[in-house]
Ligand binder design. Structure first.
Ligand SMILES: [Fe+2]
Ligand SMILES: [Fe+2]
Length: 323
């Protein structure tokens, strides 16, 4: 655990007085900081949300990492390498933000590696062609931005501050993805077909990224009251569709949704397959096992680095032993 001097052990238990005073601060748009009193449920909600977000960043490196050696030019390779590194950095900022709530990074990583933690379902889909790298940047990072911009104003200070830099980097990711799609769509018929196929496969899973519909979302009420969440799942999904459909039409692509139509300035879309979402969330997506196996291998391969770092740190601090 890398954060220090936190008062989590002495935080008063939830009483109606603590909850009332806390809500007054939230309503006044005050930022909550690590040593402030907070209801246990607020702390637990944030640990769950921030750690799931951190895990998603790390697992999200895997489908794209597969393409670094196969990028079609040096420029594409450099951009993809930078993007994948950014995602690793996002994971680290977020684990650090979660640690300020009194949970250790080791514990969170253990939850991920032992299959006890959730991460975004989107990263359990395969990347079959180079166009998938374009579609991921354009759509997956685009959806991430839509979800994360409001989190820059989230009530918990360390999370909100981490999100500011993350959103700037996600914006670069979205643009590099869209530029790949644009290049393919202006290329040969075969390249355009590849872009269309990637859109066909990524569109619906991207809509699922915003989470279950509001009527089925168990966390929305309290998260909204605590200003962790500023918009509901359905509102963010609609904003994403409204922003993204014109971009796809500009590319000359068709969306895989026969019901998609514009009404009163909004793009109305068809029914999302929530059974598929639940299956992938429960561990039965196309690549769930492969992703976790790759993450476990990376963790095992890095054991000597962690050990060396601890031995080195112990040597720098007299009296401290390597853990
Ligand atoms: Fe990210
Ligand atoms: Fe990203």
């Amino acid at each position: 655990m890398y954060s220090q001097a936190l008062n989590t052990a002495s935080t008063p238990a939830d009483t109606s007085e603590v909850a009332t005073r806390f809500q007054i601060r939230i309503d006044a748009e005050e930022r909550i900081e690590p040593n402030d009193a907070m209801p246990d449920a607020y702390r637990r909600t944030l640990i769950r949300q921030i750690s799931q977000h951190a895990h998603s960043e790390l697992i999200g490196m895997l489908p794209e990492g597969n393409w670094i050696t196969r990028a079609p030019s040096l420029r594409r390779k450099a951009a993809l390498l930078a993007k994948v590194q950014d995602e690793g950095g996002h994971g680290l900022y977020l684990y650090a933000a979660a640690e300020t709530l009194g949970v250790s990074r080791e514990e969170l990583v253990d939850q991920l590696l032992t299959g006890r933690a959730k991460y975004s379902t989107i990263f359990n889909y395969p990347t079959l062609t180079w166009a998938d790298i374009g579609a991921i940047g354009w759509l997956v990072d685009g959806a991430a931005i839509m979800n994360q911009i409001p989190l820059c104003r989230c009530s918990y200070g360390p999370y909100a501050r981490a999100m500011i830099r993350i959103c700037k980097e996600e914006s670069f990711h979205q643009r590099q993805g869209y530029e790949i799609m644009l290049t393919l769509c202006r290329g040969t018929d075969e390249q355009k077909a590849m872009a269309q196929d990637a859109l066909n496969r990524w569109w619906w899973p991207c809509l699922m990224m915003f989470g279950p519909p509001d009527r089925q979302s168990p966390h929305t009420d309290s998260s909204t009251r605590w200003k962790i969440k500023r918009f509901t799942n359905d509102a963010l999904r609609q904003k994403f569709v409204d922003a993204t459909v014109p971009q796809g039409l500009h590319l000359g692509l068709r969306f895989p949704d026969p019901e998609l139509r514009c009404e009163d300035g909004h793009w109305v879309f068809g029914t999302i397959d929530w059974d598929e979402f639940r299956r992938v969330l429960a561990g039965d997506g196309p690549c769930n096992r492969e992703r976790l196996a790759a993450r476990r291998k990376a963790h095992d391969d890095g054991a000597w680095v962690r050990e060396a770092a601890q031995v080195w740190a112990a040597k720098q601090t007299p009296g401290r032993k390597a853990a």
